[in-house]
Design a binder for this molecule. Structure first.
Ligand code: ATR
Length: 276
């Protein structure tokens, strides 16, 4: 019998995940099906239970259900616990196991695809919502010298930085929090936009100088053309620009590995997505 997987979200029509997993399955000769499933905003848990009853093996979870996915799980991974959110569920009988592959997807895209080593780098993480929290622990584990979290609402950045304090991964890294105003005079080798500002074509109020020499500007969003943050970086003569498509494919590959025990090759999948 073909093993069944879904991505559950609301909205979910735009999701690239079925395409990505179909390419992974073909490449690794795995017999799986992978579909989109729209859950009512107030009916996430019911949708998961219904899918389990149909014999489903696993699910990716997208907005706005990542927090609920974490909460309904019987067992959670360390990275899901720190993110307080899950994007990958595996079903074993009626047991639900939750994991979060967003952060490792980001780190793999930066280190392997973009060939940028995080160790000993100064990193600025912009944003302190779910997207930022989801990637914080894997970023710290990669060993940057400094990780500065900047957010419009400074209090949220402070809380996020505090959540990292007890992490063994944070011992090598100077973690701090601030508002965008406090960034002037500082330079970073990597600036990651984890705010949702690009969705509305906006930009956090950034100082004139922000990027160190040969810096990488990374926007976790993706879409047609450059996001407003990447356009800002380009205008500042940053040559290394990356959107979140690589992260999307890498987090999917980690989910596939959890479910199927094989790691697919992400390069051809990324190329195919870029072409379309
Ligand atoms: P997500 O799960 O995508 O992170 P979220 O929890 O609503 O969504 O968080 C959105 C993030 O984008 C927050 O850090 C938010 O800043 P605030 O905490 O101050 O609200 C940030 N954000 C959204 N629009 C922004 C803008 N135009 N400029 C700067 N930051 C913005």
């Amino acid at each position: 019998m073909t093993d069944q997987y879904v991505v559950i979200g609301n909205p979910v029509a735009h999701s690239q995940s079925p395409r990505i997993h179909a390419m992974f399955a073909a490449q690794t000769e795995q017999d799986i099906s992978y579909e989109k499933r729209l859950a009512p905003v107030d009916g996430f848990a019911e949708s998961v239970r219904a899918f389990i009853a149909e014999g489903g093996k696993g699910a990716n979870i997208t907005l706005p259900f990542k927090l609920e996915a974490y909460e309904l799980a019987d067992e959670v991974s360390e990275r899901a616990r720190h993110a307080r959110a899950a994007n990958t569920l595996s079903f074993s009988g009626k047991q639900v196991l939750a994991d979060n592959t967003d952060g490792i997807g980001l780190v793999r895209d930066i280190e392997l695809n973009l060939d940028f080593e995080l160790k000993d780098k100064r990193v600025l993480l912009m944003g302190a919502g779910g997207a930022a929290r989801g990637v914080l622990l894997p970023l710290l584990e990669a060993g940057p010298t400094r990780l500065t979290i900047a957010n419009r609402t400074v209090e949220r950045a402070i809380q996020l930085a505090q959540s990292a304090q007890h992490q063994p991964a944070a011992v090598r890294t100077d973690v701090s929090a601030c508002g965008f105003d406090d960034l002037s005079g500082q330079r970073f080798e990597l600036v990651i936009n984890a705010t949702s500002s690009s969705l509305s074509d906006e930009l956090p109020p950034l100082p004139d100088e922000l990027f160190a020499a040969e810096a990488l500007a990374y926007d976790m969003m993706y879409g047609k053309g450059l996001t407003s943050f990447l356009a800002y970086a380009e205008a500042k003569n940053v040559e290394r620009l990356a959107d979140g498509l690589g992260m999307l494919v890498e987090q999917a590959a980690e989910s596939f590995l959890i479910w199927r025990g094989v790691r697919p090759d992400t390069q051809p999948v990324m190329l195919a997505l870029r072409k379309s």
